[in-house]
Design a protein around this ligand. Structure first.
Ligand code: GLN
Ligand code: ZN
Length: 767
């Protein structure tokens, strides 16, 4: 039985890659150091896996920005607009690559970046390949070959990782009409053959093809593409061992297809989809090896050895040891690097830490599992099993995790807890009477500029050079300034500005029971951007009010309405590492009750308008359409639980950033927020059509300007967007607001833009 890794984090355990890339982009370091850091990270990763005893170690899992972009460059799928960059004297392949990733604004050129989108249901974002009708491919970048050779020079024969040809095409987008990207397969396969020929001649024996689309709904044509692709590759390379990697879900109706493809090893994800094991074992033909993804590549919990051993043994019983491999469920790209770096017990206590494993620890778990299977029963290995059992046991019973009151409370949730007292039609009348807001009411989404100064206060508080009182004083002044200024320009519904918040999830997590944090648990989100998700380890409860102080303070400064500002349960769940010992829906309900209590407290304190942000609802959608309903049902219900503790007169807002609403508009409507603000300006209000077609009854604030750019829009642009909105949505339902929060903007542009926005609303009222 062999062990394999599908991919290892490449940011470096101290985020070295981020740092060097960002200095290169800022022209404070040269390309040499970028390449050197890349080499160092690769070598460290390979040597670490070797030292820990992994049998099949990957290469080409490294990337300076994104692995999909690497493939586009490798295949010469470079959009024409980058020609001036490519041909410019002095520019290297890396410059071209970064231009595709980030756009290029220098030497008198202004070229947009390629589009970025989410990698399946993860928080990783990839660069979307762009295809033309007669898209030609050729071997352009030799990265995969170079990295194989580099590892070989270090004495490690790796398994090069390629995104499989079908998944690569499906990840991309047609940039002109008149063709289907899957038909490009015949143009693309010769490049794969070229690459494999070179790899084989350098001594490669195994090739990993990532084909995650095999766990999605596939059309007939796509299924045929799989057959054609792998038959052709097999024919060209009868001797190479092909490892076909699937992950993030079950093969389901694609099982027969996947087990029938002419490959040597099939990898399946048994963390996300343990139920698929039997069917795959039944189907897999003699001579093929099954790779069992038993260690969770997407979460931070220690593997349950007993459970994994049961799975592995049941596969071995039917296939024999030689036909079974073990592996993490997917690439470890989605795990933080190294738990050993968490040394501060005040941040992460020893008790919680003993339940966790980051990438490096997961690799060690993998080899321990192999030793346990092979009955290399040295005392040390046995000891590992015993310790693992103890850790599992302590997690099952720890009073840190289990809070009977919380469990009782979620068990007792009634239907009425997820319902407002009356329908929106009735609430609306009451809210109009109480609030008395003008038509086209103006507001913002919550945050105001988090200037370097504001962030420096927080850093100083952490370091101890400011005490809590001094920090609070500074935040109070900043909040008051924001309130005064909003009054001055005549906004109707004010916000306090969120100056006290580091992040919209972390701020709440820090105040809730059941959450902990790491110091160094970074995971790549896109390019050099990394996130450090909070860790939900136990039952979630709210010991004391979280936002009451700042919201009440802000309200006390003004006679205008101050909007309470909260993050919704689904978003808090979605942007955290979540416990795996209970369903996500259960954790979500616990968070929902905590937010509900906060909403009720705000109402008691006299806050009449409360916004519960849910930007992450859509990204939580399961990969298979058939599973959408179950998810949407519990997600919408959790939002409603958080929002339904208040009187009809209290107006509940929600906010969502750019996302397609068409296919989930009934669920968005079922959230029943009195007002929803959405990001629409970049789509020229087109996203509103979903609401219009659905005859969405509640109020809507379609964003009238893009907050992602420092550009200041003028009143007329916003008036024309609002007029456009008013042609599809009755004007009584419309609010006026920017696309999203303003925390990444500077004050200067923010002020100018909002003054124009208020003027735009006035124009609309007078029409
Ligand atoms: N209230 C948050 C803010 O204004 C919302 C952020 C978001 O939608 N991502 O920053
Ligand atoms: Zn937003």
């Amino acid at each position: 039985m062999q062990t394999q890794i599908l991919g290892y984090p490449r940011i470096g355990s101290q985020r070295e890659l981020k740092k060097v890339c960002e200095s290169y982009w800022a022209s404070t370091t040269g390309q040499k150091s970028v390449l050197q850091v890349g080499r160092n990270i690769r070598r460290e990763n390979w040597e670490l896996q070797k030292k820990l005893g992994v049998d099949i170690i990957p290469s080409n899992d490294f990337s300076f920005y994104d692995q999909v972009l690497d493939h586009s460059l490798m295949f010469g799928a470079i959009p024409q607009r980058y020609n001036p960059v490519a041909t410019k004297e002095g520019n290297t392949e890396l410059d071209l690559y970064f231009a595709m990733a980030r756009g290029y604004q220098k030497d008198g050129l202004d070229i947009t970046a390629m589009e970025m989108t989410k990698w399946f249901d993860t928080n990783y974002h990839y660069i979307v390949p762009e295809f033309q009708k007669n898209q030609a491919f050729r071997l352009f970048s030799t990265k995969v070959i170079d990295e194989f050779y580099e590892a070989k020079q270090l004495g490690i024969v790796t398994k090069p990782v390629l995104i499989g040809p079908v998944s690569y095409l499906l990840l991309g987008k047609e940039k002109e009409a008149g063709f289907d990207r899957i038909d490009l397969l015949k143009n693309l396969l010769p490049v794969y053959i070229d690459i494999l020929t070179r790899l084989q001649s350098l001594g490669a024996t195994h090739i990993q093809f990532d084909e995650p689309f095999l766990v999605l709904d596939l059309s007939e044509q796509e299924k045929q593409a799989y057959q054609a692709a792998y038959q052709q590759l097999r024919k060209a390379f009868p001797e190479l061992k092909f490892v076909l990697a699937t992950y993030f879900g079950a093969l389901q109706d694609n099982t027969a297809l996947a087990v029938g493809l002419p490959v040597d090893v099939l990898h399946i994800d048994l963390v996300r989809a343990p139920e698929q094991l039997d069917e795959v074992v039944d189907g897999i033909s003699v001579g093929k090896t099954l790779s069992l993804g038993v260690i969770d590549g997407r979460n931070i919990w220690k593997n349950d050895f007993e459970n994994s051993l049961t799975i592995i043994n049941s596969a071995i019983e039917r296939l024999g040891k030689n036909r079974v491999w073990i592996a993490p469920s997917c690439s470890l790209l989605h795990s933080p690097c190294d738990l050993e770096l968490e040394k501060n017990e005040e941040v992460l206590t020893a008790e919680i830490k003993q339940w966790m494993a980051f990438a490096k620890q997961k690799v060690a778990e993998l080899t321990t599992l192999k030793q346990l299977i092979n009955e290399e029963n040295s005392a040390a290995v046995k000891e590992q099993l015993v310790r693992n059992k103890e850790a599992q046991q302590s997690r099952k019973s720890s009073s840190l995790i289990h809070n009977v009151e919380v469990k009782n409370r979620t068990n007792a949730i009634k239907q009425s807890d997820s319902e407002r007292l009356n329908t929106f039609a009735k609430r609306r009348i009451l809210q109009q009477e109480t609030l008395n807001l003008p038509a086209f009411a103006t507001t913002t989404i919550g945050s105001f500029p988090q200037t370097p100064e504001v962030r420096s206060w927080r850093a100083k508080l952490k370091k101890g050079s400011l005490n809590q009182e001094q920090y609070d004083q500074l935040i109070a002044i900043e909040t008051e300034k924001a309130v005064r200024w909003q009054e001055e320009i005549g906004l109707d519904v004010l916000v306090h500005g969120e100056f006290e918040r580091n992040d919209m999830v972390e701020y709440f997590g820090e105040q809730l029971d059941g959450f902990t944090f790491s110091q160094n648990g970074w995971v790549q989100s896109y390019g050099s951007r990394c996130v450090k998700p909070p860790i939900i380890y136990g039952d979630v409860a709210r010991p004391v009010a979280m936002t009451l102080q700042w919201t009440s303070y802000a309200q006390s400064l003004t006679s205008k309405y101050m909007k309470g500002m909260l993050t919704g349960p689904v978003t808090i769940l979605q942007w955290s590492f979540v416990r795996n010992d209970q369903p996500r829906s259960e954790t979500c309900n616990q968070i929902a009750l905590a937010i509900r209590d906060e909403v009720v407290d705000l109402e008691k304190a006299g806050i009449k308008i409360i916004q519960i942000d849910e930007p992450a609802i859509r990204e939580g959608l399961p990969l298979r359409k058939a599973d959408w309903k179950t998810y949407l049902d519990w997600a919408v219900r959790a939002f409603r639980i958080s929002a339904s503790g208040v009187q009809d007169e209290t107006q509940i807002h929600t906010h969502m950033c750019y996302s397609e609403f068409n296919d989930i508009i009934d669920s968005i409507s079922a959230m029943d927020a009195d007002v929803i603000t959405i990001e629409t300006s970049r789509s020229q209000m087109e996203l509103l059509n979903a609401f219009a077609d659905f005859k969405y009854p509640n109020e809507i604030g379609p964003g009238v300007y893009d907050i992602h750019s420092p550009r200041v829009p003028n009143k007329n642009e916003m008036v024309s967007l609002l007029k456009k909105a008013a042609t599809v949505i009755p004007k009584e339902q419309l609010w006026v607001n920017p696309d999203c929060g303003l925390k990444t903007r500077g004050w200067d542009e923010t002020k100018k833009a909002l003054i124009e926005m208020v003027e735009a609303a006035k124009t609309m009222r007078s029409n």
